[in-house]
Design a protein around this ligand. Structure first.
Ligand SMILES: [Zn+2]
Length: 308
């Protein structure tokens, strides 16, 4: 695509949004954004996720998904925003689904070079095998959703999975915080037992671990491999329910190399730029922002610096 034509075919509103997002990262002197927490899923699965949020079944107040667009339009928007690489996270809510999602993800990654080949799993017989195949096929990022999946991360069927990911050094985004609504196995307890057994695991705690911010920062202090993604954290939407305690800001600064940009695009009830401005408003400085939005995820995911 020739330079300057990235917003071709967009509404004036979308083009304006793209201009705001690109101005944000250009001012930081980085080559774009790397967003670890973006969702791409088969269309019928994504439609169900949107229906669930739109009906207000999550979050305690209406959660109207802003980016309910066809897949090619969502991709065009991310590219116009200057998101150089992004996760394509997907996750099962029941058994016998993960392997199918993973095969969809292989095709999606093959036709979408800027998407990170992502994969998932569920505690079920064969999980170790299909995770091994996904890693062998080049998966660079996994997602585990303990709240939606309602499973215990300590399940013995997952032991080979955690072991494999730790050994391969492939990061896994884990929704293990108790927000927006607690699950049977959310909270820092169960997942910290997994980390105690798999000390090399590279784990990205989704949503900064909301609302257990302190406990998940403690976990990151104890384990070098633990990172936290910014997904929805600090946004007006989450602050309204689960405010990030301001006295933790110095710890965010101190852990500045292990915080990575995540947004939950496209399943968000506000515009993409709101996440970026919410990060800027923390007042931790341009170097911190540049690290979070580009350098940290680039390093964690083993991407080439400056890659377009
Ligand atoms: Zn998500």
């Amino acid at each position: 695509m020739p330079a300057g034509c990235d917003t071709w075919g967009m509404t004036p509103d979308q083009a304006g949004e793209a201009a705001e997002v690109t101005a944000f990262w250009r001012e930081l002197g980085i080559p774009g954004l790397v967003d670890v927490h973006v969702h791409f899923m088969p269309a019928n699965v994504l439609a169900k996720v949107w229906a669930f949020f739109n009906e207000g079944k999550e979050g305690g107040r209406p959660w109207h998904v802003v980016y309910q667009l066809p897949q090619d339009e969502r991709l065009a928007l991310l590219r116009a925003f200057g998101v150089r690489r992004f996760g394509a996270l997907l996750y099962p809510h029941k058994p016998d689904m993960a392997a199918w999602l993973n095969s969809w993800a292989v095709e999606f990654a093959a036709e979408t070079p800027d998407a990170l080949h992502s994969a998932t799993f569920f505690p079920e017989p064969g999980a170790g095998e299909y995770v091994a195949s996904a890693v062998a096929a080049g998966a660079r990022l996994f997602k585990a959703h303990l709240q939606v999946g309602r499973y215990d991360p300590r399940d013995e069927l997952l032991e080979p999975v955690w072991g494999l990911l730790a050994e391969a050094g492939v990061p896994v985004v884990v929704h293990c915080g108790s927000g927006p609504t607690p699950g049977l196995f959310t909270g820092p307890g169960p997942i910290s037992e997994v980390l105690a057994r798999h000390r090399d695991l590279r784990m990205i705690v989704a949503h900064m671990g909301a609302p257990e911010y302190t406990e998940f920062l403690d976990l990151a202090d104890r384990h070098q491999g633990v990172h936290l993604d910014t997904t929805m954290a600090f946004s007006d939407f989450l602050e309204w329910r689960m405010p990030f305690p301001r006295d933790l800001l110095p710890r965010l600064a101190a852990l500045g190399d292990r915080i990575v940009l995540g947004t939950d695009f496209p399943n968000i009830p506000y515009r993409y730029e709101h996440q970026l401005h919410a990060l800027a408003k923390l007042g931790l400085g341009d170097d911190w922002l540049a690290a979070v939005c580009y350098h940290n995820p680039t390093r964690l995911l083993g991407l080439r610096q400056g890659a377009r």
